[in-house]
Design a protein around this ligand. Structure first.
Ligand SMILES: Nc1nc2c(ncn2[C@@H]2O[C@H](COP(=O)(O)OP(=O)(O)OP(=O)(O)O)[C@@H](O)[C@H]2O)c(=O)[nH]1
Ligand SMILES: [Mg+2]
Length: 174
């Protein structure tokens, strides 16, 4: 089981819906973003694998439940952490929560994929650069968790990064 975490409205539910669509070949051919309502509690989705009958379960836990995220760490195999790159106002909270996750995960040595969502939004920050400059997160990661943390910019509108996320999910569950 993979966990999908991130602050409210960062794009978790839409991302998981996109991951359930198996054809990532033709980018730009995506339909409109599916309508979502804010997730109350948890949301479980099953992602199909081409080579196996078993699907991979991913569980979304809303930002409002961040105080209990760590209760799920023990049982998960990996974490997808979503940061809304178009929402500056939520950036510092997202970074603080991320640093806590990294600290916990280091003890458990489980993989973490940080997804900078909504990369299609005009003027959205290059969140990775921002993280580097404002929070020195990169140097923190270099020292402590370089091997197990990856970053990717992603868009559920253009399809950017989705195939990489899908392949990462398959890899960590194989
Ligand atoms: N432009 C753009 N908007 C997006 C993208 N992904 C999600 N959104 C929008 O962001 C809003 C929130 O998306 P959700 O997927 O419901 O966010 P969530 O993280 O599940 O939110 P909670 O369940 O409340 O924690 C919706 O209005 C989506 O249409 C994206 O890649 N690009
Ligand atoms: Mg949701």
């Amino acid at each position: 089981m993979i966990l999908c975490l991130g602050t409210k409205g960062c794009g978790k539910t839409v991302l998981l819906k996109r991951l359930q669509e198996t054809n990532f070949q033709s980018l730009n051919s995506y339909s409109e973003i599916p309508a979502t309502v804010s997730t109350v509690g948890t949301n479980i989705v099953y992602v199909k694998q081409a080579t196996s009958k078993e699907s991979i379960s991913i569980i979304e836990i809303g930002g409002e439940m961040s105080s209990i995220w760590q209760n799920y760490f023990e049982d998960c195999s990996a974490i997808l952490y979503v940061i809304d790159s178009s929402d500056l106002s939520a950036m510092s909270e997202s970074c603080l929560l991320l640093i806590n996750i990294i600290k916990e995960l280091l003890k458990l040595s489980k993989p973490l994929y940080v997804i900078l969502s909504k990369a299609d939004v005009k003027n959205s920050v290059n969140a990775r650069e921002m993280l580097n400059e404002l929070f020195f997160l990169e140097s923190y990661l270099e020292k402590s968790a370089k091997k197990s943390v990856d970053f990717i910019e992603c868009s559920c509108v253009t399809g950017k990064g989705l195939k990489d996320v899908y392949e990462w999910v398959l890899r960590v569950e194989s």
